[in-house]
Design a protein around this ligand. Structure first.
Ligand code: ATP
Ligand code: MG
Length: 371
């Protein structure tokens, strides 16, 4: 998968900029606040239909302008596609693929990206929501049906939660709960099952990359943790998950009503990182976490390659300066060794190989020039 061209009109700090990308490595150099991340954000938007920095599309519109336009042209299995977005301050964005209007569920999975930015270094120690989001973005891109299941689950969950509050306040009857639960349970189980399967695949790949990075000293394992389930869930069949989750909803009914919230379900699950059987979330040293994240990102690339037959576009935002020399070189040698397109931002070329490393662009005040 390769991005050919990105055109931005009144998008963030760009007035009217068209960029042609090289098929291999593209480096964007510039001082702070010049527009480097804005370029990566535009590509990320093309893949996921949202920014990684904001959920308010209005923020993408250049100040004092009413409308922004973004076009992302990319090739996938040699076919060229164009995604176009129009953003407004006060209306919903419009989105087309090759000229035809599309919705979010048609977009996801069209273009695949893996973003690695300094915030990812907090993924292991951060709140579970970040790790769930990581999984959700990952699986959605490889399996658009997952994105659909997740959206429906999220909607049903919020409807169930408002019903729970109404029951608590005497405005609705408990008899209404089963109507929602018969819809909620299959979606929840489908989400859990797909997450379990994806984590199992990532686990195998991350174990390999971690061994390479740590010179064989560390063995990384990833586990999907179902909230409220004590045993390992790897072998769980859909049918077992079904009856387990039904049981949990029944067991927790009184408390759920009291709290006006659903205590169990994929919205409470987590992803565990274990190195030599030690839980990195609680006990990982900073270096171990960094190695773990790098191994995870490389595993993510391999995961997409296995699932879709092509590498996603790798977006590296400012991470080179955050990695020590050894880890940086691991990452660079991976990028060099594979048929993959990478877009890399940096303030300083000191962290990049001095010769023959990709196509270099200079970013200054919302204009981009080939160096
Ligand atoms: P750093 O090295 O600090 O990460 P960067 O080059 O990645 O910097 P970006 O985040 O791409 O910087 O761009 C930030 C610039 O874009 C800032 O100057 C910011 O004020 C400007 N900017 C952000 N949103 C808008 C907008 N809607 N309209 C105009 N300018 C904007
Ligand atoms: Mg930036």
């Amino acid at each position: 998968m390769k991005i050919r061209r990105v055109a931005m009109k009144n998008y963030r700090n760009y007035v009217d900029q068209t960029l042609e990308f090289a098929p291999g490595t593209n480096v964007f150099l510039g001082q702070n606040a010049q527009g480097k991340t804005n370029i990566l954000e535009a590509v990320y938007y093309g893949a996921l239909g949202r920014s990684h920095r904001t959920s308010a599309d209005g923020e993408l519109v250049r100040w004092n302008e009413g409308e922004a336009r973004l076009s992302v042209v990319f090739s996938r299995r040699d076919a060229e596609n164009e995604l176009e977005f129009r953003f407004f301050r006060d209306k919903r964005r419009k989105m087309t693929r090759n000229g035809a209007s599309i919705r979010m569920k048609d977009l996801i999975g069209t273009l695949n990206v893996v973003l690695f930015s300094p915030e990812d270094l907090f993924l292991i120690k951060g709140a579970p929501a970040g790790r769930r989001r990581f999984l959700d973005m990952e699986i959605s891109q490889a399996d658009p049906a997952y994105f659909y299941d997740l959206a429906i689950y999220t909607r049903l969950l919020s409807q169930r939660n408002s019903l729970l509050k109404k029951i608590r306040d005497g405005e609705a009857s408990e008899d209404e709960l089963p109507i929602w639960d018969t819809q909620l349970v299959p979606r929840a189980v489908s989400v859990m099952k797909k997450r379990i399967d994806a984590v199992k695949k990532l686990d195998g790949l991350a174990e390999k990359t971690q061994k390479e990075i740590s010179g064989g000293a560390e063995c990384l394992a990833l586990r999907y943790e179902i909230h409220g389930m004590d045993e390992e869930n790897d072998g769980r069949m859909t049918k077992e998950l079904f009856s387990w989750y039904n049981g949990k909803l029944a067991e927790s009914k009184k408390l759920d009503i009291l709290r006006g919230a659903t205590r169990f379900g994929p919205h409470r699950d987590d992803l565990a990182f274990l190195v030599n059987d030690v839980d990195l979330r609680a006990y990982g040293s900073q270096g171990q976490q960094r190695t773990g994240i790098l191994a995870l990102k490389l595993a993510e690339l391999a995961f997409f390659h296995e699932e879709t037959g092509e590498y996603p576009v790798l977006l590296l935002d400012d991470v080179m300066s955050e990695l020590d020399r050894g880890r940086r070189e691991q990452l660079l040698s991976f990028i060099r060794g594979e048929e993959l397109q990478a877009l890399i931002t940096a303030t300083d070329e000191a962290y990049l190989p001095s010769e023959g490393f990709g196509t270099v662009f200079r970013v200054e005040h919302g204009t981009v020039k080939m160096a």
